[in-house]
Design a protein around this ligand. Structure first.
Ligand code: SAM
Length: 252
């Protein structure tokens, strides 16, 4: 996923990021279309059955449908599903740990900015693999904890410690942030996640890189330490293994 990852594209995404609060539709539509374009460079989207797990109000689904896929949003939270009056067509209420689909059903499973919101992200990844057909793809992206945006609303003060950052936020706004560490926000790291997917018999890593950065910065995910801060948001394209996991574990 390196083609068309220009500096100009990154600048446009960064500019849109500043609109997230004032014009969320513009921001979410833009990053969803960008994701569909980038994934579409590697995966055939036309005619594909796509599941968007933790799909919220359905921005990603809209972009993947526009690219010719049948895309089903799977979302556990009705409030997220109907955010800003959205009513995503054909959405399913479901949990990423126990997806209401039979094994091997999907050609492509997406999950954008969800892994950092679940307590057991690798367990969820295994479940995404279960519903993907052998040879199919899983595309995930998440904001890692040491990203400048890792603490979400308490960023960048989370670098001084989550407790302190939280106390500061509460003093300033008189309420708790929407994303609360240990409740619906968890520390997920770049290096640890790369090691996990790299050693998992369920996946082959097709691509891993910073989601929003230009092509020349892709390699940063290979630099321990630095990658935790500058990746910002890790994007992974994984191919579901064709060999059943148990067989491969016995015959590596
Ligand atoms: C930051 S939002 C991301 C929404 C959307 N994917 C996007 O990129 O705009 C995180 C989403 O993860 C969902 N989520 C939280 N726990 C989940 C779980 N166990 N299974 C599936 N989705 C979950 C939330 O309900 C919320 O919609």
């Amino acid at each position: 996923m390196t083609a068309r990852r220009t500096l100009r594209r990154s600048a446009k995404l960064l500019k849109a990021f500043r609109l997230e609060q004032s014009d969320p539709d513009c921001f979410y539509d833009l990053i969803a279309r960008d994701a569909a374009e980038r994934v579409g460079e590697r995966v055939r989207l036309s005619g594909a059955l796509v599941l968007d797990v933790g799909g919220g109000a359905g921005y990603l689904a809209k972009a993947f449908r526009a690219a010719g896929s049948t895309c089903v949003v799977v979302e556990p939270d009705l409030t997220e599903l109907s955010w800003r009056g959205a009513r995503p067509d054909g959405a399913v209420i479901g949990d990423g740990y126990r997806l209401p689909f039979r094994s091997g059903r999907a050609d492509l499973v997406l999950s954008s900015n969800v892994l950092e919101h679940v307590q057991r992200p690798y367990r969820m990844l295994d479940e995404l693999a279960r519903v993907t057909r052998p040879g199919g793809f899983v595309w995930v992206s998440f904001t890692n904890w040491y990203s400048p945006w890792g603490g979400h609303e308490i960023s960048p003060w989370h670098y001084l410690g989550a407790e302190r950052a939280l106390a500061r936020y509460r003093r300033r706004y008189g309420r708790s942030p929407k994303n609360l560490l240990g409740t619906n926000l968890f520390k997920v790291h770049v290096g640890e996640t790369l090691r996990h997917v790299g050693s998992s018999p369920l996946f082959e890593v097709v691509d891993a890189g910073p989601r929003y950065h230009p092509a020349f910065a892709r390699g940063v995910v290979r630099v321990p330490g630095l990658r935790e801060v500058v990746t910002w948001n890790l994007e992974l394209l994984l191919r579901r293994s064709r060999v059943p996991a148990e067989v491969r574990a016995v015959n590596p």
